[in-house]
Design a protein around this ligand. Sequence first.
Ligand code: NDP
Length: 332
Amino acid sequence: MPVRILNQQQVTALLPMAECVDLMGKTLETLSAGGAILPLRTMLRLPDNRGIFGSMPSYLNPPDAIGLKAITVIPGNEGTKYDSHQGVVLLFEAKHGSLEAILDASSITAIRTAAVSGVATRVLARPDAGDLAILGSGVQAQTHLDAVAVARQLRRVRVWSRSRANAEAFRTQAAGRSPCPIEVCETAEAAVRGADVVCAVTAARTPIIERRWLSDGVHLNLVGSSQPTTREADSDTMAAARVYCDRRESLLAESGDFLIPKSEGRFGDDHLVGELGDVLLGKVPGRRSVSDITVFKSLGLAIEDLASAHLVTRRAEAQGIGTVLEIGGLRH
Ligand code: NDP
């Protein structure tokens, strides 16, 4: 059977942020409506805490497709030529089970993760939210700027990173795409104070956000941590917030941002208001007032990769993009 291979540049060109935000909204709705089969991901931990190899299978209907993301996450790659997330997404059609496409996973991960935060911002941030703080300056910082700009009209953008040089490099790289000048801040506090939307996209293991810095009415996208032992927001922030997630089962198994304050007795599982898809379907309420603090805790779901891979592959077929190989799959 013919298998289409799509590289990083091709995936990026075929998956514009605004369209990915809409696609992720529909995908999370499908999840909450029962249209997905989504086991928790398997994480193989490499020796010396070097990183992980993640295996993320899923089925989604629509579009009646199967996917598997196989990805390494090596935080030490930061500052080198290597992306910290590398791998492939395999796309199968579900009628006969044939492999249809092999796609670069770095680009899909970069775009779909931010697009999901774009959905969360669209659904949970105040309608007039225009003051953005980005904590972190890597791959996700870049795509989160694009995603939040899709969701809201930005009038101020601040960035903080541990390394000022990294924050300056972010500003230089993003300047042409930002609707307003980007300010580099010396501290996370200086970036966050007065912000309407905060995106935490770091590999921090301990909190970089404190409740006392946050304004009433702020919306936070917490993206960086996906392990029970690490987090980006302190317990007071989580306790004060209306908390939403991409998927309840993932949050309760993988999120240190939620599980650490829970283990301290700050709240129970019922502190989770609901999944984003439930809010989109009108099953659970979103923000209730302009002063609510809302948190979207992103863990990252295999169906987000699958839906992105499916859209990109259909487009690549229509436009004749990619390399097509006969790999096998027929009786012989
Ligand atoms: P990069 O390697 O490109 O960037 C990592 C960023 O984290 C840098 O800005 C770095 O900046 C910062 N950082 C590293 N260590 C610390 C620390 N101890 N305290 C504060 N900041 C730190 O990674 P990505 O942008 O691709 O990913 C960012 C995070 O998001 C990662 O943790 C990643 O695992 C997670 N992620 C989550 C996804 C999801 O679906 N929820 C999907 C993809 C990624 P500096 O060195 O200047 O501090």
